[in-house]
Ligand binder design. Structure first.
Ligand SMILES: [Zn+2]
Ligand SMILES: [Zn+2]
Length: 368
């Protein structure tokens, strides 16, 4: 035998046993005793709770009994109160919490019933509701899942997802993911806000895509700055200019080459979790995926050099009004208009060479 403390008491409209279906349609109140009130902290976040209470006025124990619907069954095949423990549990909707008072609907307890325990219940959503809530979450914060993986240091998952924009898995992409996760964690350690981040990459190689995916600083949102230095490096900074620069060590390639084959266990894990049959697995191997995922397990500091830096922050991207080119009629950013013989022309119509970012870095466009 053990003694179970009462944590509260039910206040309902029912002093005498009634049809439980009627009782469940009625609202009642649960008063939690002051000594346990602190335990209600954040209870209101649950939509549904399970209330454990005692049948303190039940008829004597009956191991076989008639149920409300007229069936004759063993007590453990029913929810009848005439059970040895006298313990009842009912799933109820929590309507509101007012201090140590809970207003609930669905409780089939008599007025004054002692309450033993309260537990939150997670009601599984239907597929449709799940999809809706997923959409909602992602509309409000499209990068929520990415952040969760960053803070958890889940580089395997991030690499897997970064592959969606990069198109293949390679050590370069893995290096980008590693640098970006490290840098994001460093920035976050310095303040909560993640707005106004700037990522500076020093070459347009595979790593840049890992950086864009993980940091969310992209070509399109003007938070990615490209410096054409030909180095695998990432500087991540906030607009106060306090940043972190992570760059590949000169001997990183040798270290990776020597160490990577030892780490096929992590590759097995990834393949195992996303196993799709022999054909895919063999392609996985062929395309060097193994090495990319194995890289994530290696000693970060043997691959990268990390330093804090003060960064000169370029001004915000100006918003220029657009002007219509008088030759081709296309709309052009005002700052890119060239005046020739009193005409406003776009760069190709003016016949001059513009700047161009290609696989070879930033250069002058070849006009042939
Ligand atoms: Zn690549
Ligand atoms: Zn034009």
């Amino acid at each position: 035998m053990m003694t179970i403390p009462y944590i509260g008491r039910v206040k309902s409209n029912f002093d005498d046993p009634a049809d439980p279906n009627v009782m469940r349609e009625t609202e009642s109140e649960i008063e939690i005793f002051e000594v346990y009130a602190e335990g209600l902290f954040k209870t209101e976040l649950s939509q549904y709770i399970e209330v454990f209470f005692q049948f303190d006025r039940a008829e004597p124990v009956q191991l076989k009994t008639f149920t409300y619907t007229g069936d004759y069954k063993g007590i453990f095949a029913t929810r009848s109160p005439r059970r040895p423990s006298r313990i009842a549990n009912t799933l109820v909707k929590l309507l509101e919490r007012n201090g140590r008072f809970l207003k609930v609907k669905g409780l089939d307890a008599l007025n004054g019933s002692p309450v033993i325990d309260i537990k939150p219940v997670h009601i599984p959503l239907t597929d449709e509701e799940l999809e809706d809530s997923e959409f909602m979450v992602r509309k409000m914060n499209p990068r929520k899942l990415i952040y969760a993986n960053i803070w958890a240091g889940n580089t395997q998952r991030l690499l897997l997802d970064a592959g969606q924009i990069h198109g293949h898995f390679c050590t370069g992409l893995a290096m980008g993911v590693m640098m970006a996760v490290k840098a994001m964690q460093w920035i976050r350690g310095r303040s909560d806000g993640l707005e106004d981040l700037l990522a500076i990459v020093e070459t347009n190689n595979c790593a840049a895509d890992g950086v864009q995916y993980v940091t969310g600083c992209t070509l399109g949102n003007n938070a990615l700055i490209f410096k054409d230095y030909g180095k695998t490096a990432l500087t991540l900074t906030r607009r106060d200019g306090k940043g972190i620069r992570i760059s590949a060590r000169a001997d990183a390639k040798d270290y990776i080459h020597a160490a990577a084959p030892l780490f096929s266990a992590s590759y097995q894990k990834v393949v195992g979790e996303h196993s799709r049959g022999d054909e895919e697995i063999s392609q996985f191997k062929k395309s060097g995926v193994e090495k990319a995922f194995a890289l994530l397990e290696l000693d970060f500091d043997k691959i990268f050099k990390t330093e804090t830096v003060d960064v000169r922050i370029p001004p915000y991207a100006p918003s220029h009004e657009s002007i219509i080119c008088e030759a081709c009629g296309e709309a052009v950013m005002g700052s890119r208009i060239i005046e020739q013989d009193g005409k406003k022309l776009c760069i190709p119509c003016a016949g001059v060479a513009g700047k161009m970012l290609s696989g070879d870095g930033i250069g002058e466009e070849d006009r042939g």
